[in-house]
Design a binder for this molecule. Structure first.
Ligand code: PEP
Ligand code: MG
Length: 763
């Protein structure tokens, strides 16, 4: 059955549209299970009813014309219970409800399984037979497995709007106001016109569409083919150093496939018949690939992968050419499949009002950059119909993770009102710039910034930053096409130190690996977050580490600013000893070269849970400690910080996290060492209050969050923070703790610092 399952999933994925995919699915299932009838019911989001959308074996006229509510009939019961129902004689069931017109009157055997995506029942897949029989365990398992795989396809069709075509009378996405739920990324409200950056090309996901202008599509295809040829020739030439002519025959084969007599000819024909270029390409490639797959000879079968690879390449070119645009909306909301830092670098940031990312979570590095820029962001909005959004009006509610597309006037007015309130609050916060961050009972907290781009220097100083708590040095490393030289690094580091002088500057040594790759230093690993990351790489490459540390020490020459060098991802004490020895060596070398430099302070980041049990030792070995709560949460709770599927489990004030954070602070103080926190938690009002209560000396955050945190700190007392912490430490869940701290802030009249508006109900 595994082969049958694989084949169905593959064929359904290659079908020429969603409706064709469903028709193919019901036909195949009824054949494999030898069932007389197979049907699919899908939920219409607007009405909440399950609509009969595809069928094999019944009256085809009724497709699209029959629907059931959840709980209605046995099909509705499958949806309500969200589990399979297997009945020998369905008409005997108390919930049996005869659906008139489709012809199911004389059918007895019934098996229905729910189609579930991320806990939501999107539909029901049913097989039926005239004869009474109970479907076997194997058959049930087959249908459940299939439904779980089909769920992704249905969710995607919902996101693209393809599913709406199956529901007669549904408004097109054109006019409809729609609300989508994601994960709060960056607090704030943004309103603007969508600019979509499409996901990397995937042939299977290209939909059929009529060519608006056949000549233009042909010209587009010619350009895409031309680029693909150039790419292949370039790669071929590069490979000539390492591969012999025989091995490089593959590239010639690729070039032949692009000839008019082969693939390209088929695609042109498809375009002339009225398909747009991407659709014609999809059909030509999938047909060719399927032909190869059916071949007996294993060598030829393997060629199907080459055809697909070639198709992907041409498709990527086609999409890129289409995307290249001269003008961007004045007020722009970036909608991306996966927000990345380089993606933002290509856009006019000054026009960016909001960001919606289908993948990722608040702690992805793209979101951290958006936070640094203060752009309201919603992450993990998986169901947003990205293909439909270009040029639509979008409201981004980064406080609650809500996205409104085509907002109605009342919704838009409401959000414009919230926006005005926020702007007024922001103006008030500006007056705090030169005020100290002291609690009402006189306790001083250092508010520093996390930084990575030169452009953030001015913004940080304007917001009243008292130092740099985390310089993410991997950002300057990521922009070039090789490791920067010592002198190139010195210049960048110096710029920051001079700007901040005499304030302290904390430079983190290179923290690449995990989700922070360098294009010129690829690392292939199965589990990158548990692999070669941070200090593990730099200790293996002392030449990179030494050049960086020397650049830092030299950049500090002649300044009052205290240089603090911070080591990421440490898990064992020997790493600290080794790194300290290298830093000391670099310092001696730089002095011997005649530079007038001070010895830097050395600190560690606590990001690996195991380090918490050795925290006294670590604290004793260094001058300062800083908690990287983003990674610490990720490793402590085993939740990938980038994965939107588990983003709800990424709980920075989970009771275990609170215990850990408090232990770290206590242990560092017991060793007489200052302790800070530089994960995203520090930049939230709730996190700041808890960390102040624990005794953290430094809160380091993105500049955009600093004024709000300072405003809160100046209006609470240390005693309040300790009281809140003591209660929070007795609580059992992240949400209980967060709600409690928010209530305390609201009770103290600080509601403007925490999200407090009601999200309007849409539809
Ligand atoms: C952290 O892990 O909390 C941290 C500050 O480092 P980064 O987010 O750069 O991994
Ligand atoms: Mg980290």
């Amino acid at each position: 059955m595994l082969d049958a399952l694989r084949q169905i999933v593959q064929d359904v994925g290659a079908a020429s549209g969603f409706r064709a995919a469903l028709d193919l699915l019901v036909a195949r299932v009824s054949m494999i299970l030898d069932a007389e009838v197979c049907s699919i019911y899908l939920r219409n989001r607007q009405s909440g009813r399950f609509v009969y959308v595809a069928n094999e074996g019944f009256n085809p006229q009724m497709v699209g014309r029959v629907s059931l509510s959840s709980g209605e009939g046995v099909v509705g019961l499958v949806a309500e219970r969200a589990e399979p129902i297997n009945l020998e004689n369905a008409p005997d069931h108390e919930r049996y409800h005869k659906v008139l017109g489709i012809g199911e009157e004389s059918f007895q055997a019934f098996l229905g399984v729910p189609i579930i995506h991320v806990r939501e029942v999107l539909g029901v897949l049913v097989v039926q037979d005239r004869e009474a029989r109970r479907y076997s365990e194997d058959e049930v398992a087959f249908l459940v497995t299939l439904a779980a795989q089909v769920a992704g396809l249905v969710a995607h069709a919902e996101a693209t709007g393809d599913v709406d075509d199956l529901f007669p009378g549904t408004d097109g996405a054109e006019q409809r106001e729609a609300r989508f739920h994601g994960i709060p990324g960056v607090a704030g409200i943004g309103i603007g016109t969508a600019h979509v950056v499409l996901p990397a090309a995937r042939l299977e996901l290209v939909t059929d569409r009529e060519a608006e202008n056949v000549d233009a599509e042909l010209a587009l295809f010619d350009r895409a083919i031309g680029q693909a040829r150039d790419d292949i020739e370039r790669i071929n030439a590069q490979m000539a150093k390492n591969l012999g002519p025989e091995e490089r025959e593959l590239f010639d084969a690729y070039l032949h496939m692009l000839d008019d007599g082969a693939l390209a000819g088929d695609v042109r024909e498809g375009i002339r018949e009225g398909q747009w270029a991407q659709g014609a390409l999809k059909h030509a490639i999938l047909e060719q690939a399927a032909t190869f797959e059916r071949m007996q000879d294993s060598y030829l079968r393997e060629r199907s992968a080459d055809v697909r690879e070639l198709g992907q390449r041409v498709l990527a070119n086609l999409q890129e050419i289409r995307e290249t645009r001269g003008s961007y909306p004045e007020d722009m909301v970036l909608v991306a499949d996966e927000l990345t830092a380089p993606m933002m670098a290509d856009l006019p940031i000054e026009r960016l009002r909001g960001i919606v990312s289908l993948k990722g979570s608040r702690n992805s590095h793209g979101a951290i950059l958006a936070d640094a820029l203060g752009i309201p962001t919603v992450m993990g909005a998986v169901n947003v119909p990205i293909y439909e959004l270009e040029n639509r009006t979008v409201v981004v509610d980064g406080h609650y993770g809500e996205v409104f597309v085509n907002p109605s006037s009342p919704v838009r007015d409401l959000y414009e009102g919230f926006q005005e309130e926020e702007e007024e609050f922001a103006r008030e916060l500006e007056t705090l710039r030169d005020q100290p961050s002291v609690t009402r009972d006189g306790h001083r907290i250092n508010l520093w910034v996390n930084i990575g781009l030169v452009s953030e220097i001015t913004r940080s100083l304007d917001r009243g930053a008292e130092g740099i708590g985390l310089f993410r040095t991997e950002v300057p490393f990521a922009v070039g096409d090789r490791f920067p030289t010592e002198e190139e690094q010195r210049v960048i580091y110096r710029e920051h130190m001079e700007a901040f002088d005499p304030r302290p500057v904390t430079m983190r040594t290179l923290d690449i690996g995990g989700d922070k790759p360098l294009s010129y230093f690829p690392i292939e690993e199965e589990n990158p977050f548990l692999g070669w990351r941070g200090i593990r790489i730099t200790l293996d490459h002392p030449e990179i580490f030494l050049a960086q540390v020397r650049a830092m020490i030299k950049a500090n020459a002649g300044l009052e600013c205290i240089l603090r060098i911070m080591l990421p991802m440490v898990s064992r004490l020997e790493q600290v000893e080794d790194a300290k020895a290298l830093i000391h060596r670099a310092y001696e070398e730089v002095r011997e070269e005649g530079h007038d430099v001070k010895e830097p302070l050395i600190g560690v980041m606590i990001e690996v849970p195991g380090a918490i049990y050795l925290i006294r030792e670590f604290a004793r070995a260094v001058d300062f400690v800083a908690v990287g709560s983003n990674d610490l949460t990720q490793y402590m709770l085993a939740v990938d910080r980038n994965n939107s599927r588990v983003a709800e489990l990424f709980e920075e004030v989970h009771p275990s996290m609170l215990q850990a954070l408090r232990e770290i602070a206590k242990a560092c103080h017991a060793e007489g060492k200052p302790v800070g926190i530089c994960g995203e938690l520090a930049g939230t009002p709730e996190g700041a209050v808890l960390c102040v209560g624990m005794g953290y000396d430094v809160l380091s955050m993105n500049a955009a969050n600093l004024p709000r945190v300072k405003w809160v700190i100046r209006q609470v007392s240390l005693i309040d923070c300790r009281r809140i912490l003591a209660r929070a430490l007795r609580m059992r869940s992240n949400s209980e703790i967060l709600d409690f701290v928010r209530d305390q802030l609201v009770g103290a009249g600080l509601d403007r610092a925490v999200p407090h508006h009601e999200v309007p109900i849409s539809f």
